[in-house]
Design a protein around this ligand. Structure first.
Ligand SMILES: [Zn+2]
Length: 133
């Protein structure tokens, strides 16, 4: 059950940004800890004056500028892939991280396959690159 607060946030996002969004994900960098890159979070509130979105992040509420977020009405079916140098061993090839729609991260994935396995969900997902715009 969605709260009235989330309901009204979705309505205001629709007026302002054209998406009645219930979910948001970081576009990529800059990182906004504790929001994890590649992961979708439920939208709890939206302040149209400051254009700040409040996300539910592991039981707490965290604000982020709307300009840093991808918005979605429904939790997408596809996972996301990004390059993260933190996972990279010195001298190794470029490493990509896959995050499934439920937020499980897995480093060092092979981008030649159309689907990537999430071992925690025990299923394969289609994937896309981060959407910086
Ligand atoms: Zn998963």
């Amino acid at each position: 059950m969605r709260s009235d607060r989330a309901e009204s946030a979705s309505r205001r996002l629709l007026e302002r940004h054209g998406v009645g969004a219930e979910w948001a994900r970081l576009k990529g960098s800059p990182e906004q800890p504790p929001i994890e890159r590649g992961r979708w979070y439920p939208i709890v509130d939206y302040d149209g004056t400051s254009d700040l979105v409040t996300l539910g992040v592991s039981g707490s509420e965290v604000e982020a500028a709307c300009s840093l977020l991808n918005l979605a009405r429904d939790l997408p079916e596809k996972g996301v892939v990004y390059h993260d140098s933190r996972w990279q061993e010195p001298g190794s090839q470029i490493t990509y991280v896959f995050v499934c729609p439920k937020g499980h991260a897995r480093p060092d994935v092979n981008l030649r396959s159309h689907q990537i396995r999430c071992n925690e969900c025990e299923r394969d997902y289609q994937w896309e690159r981060e959407k910086p715009d």
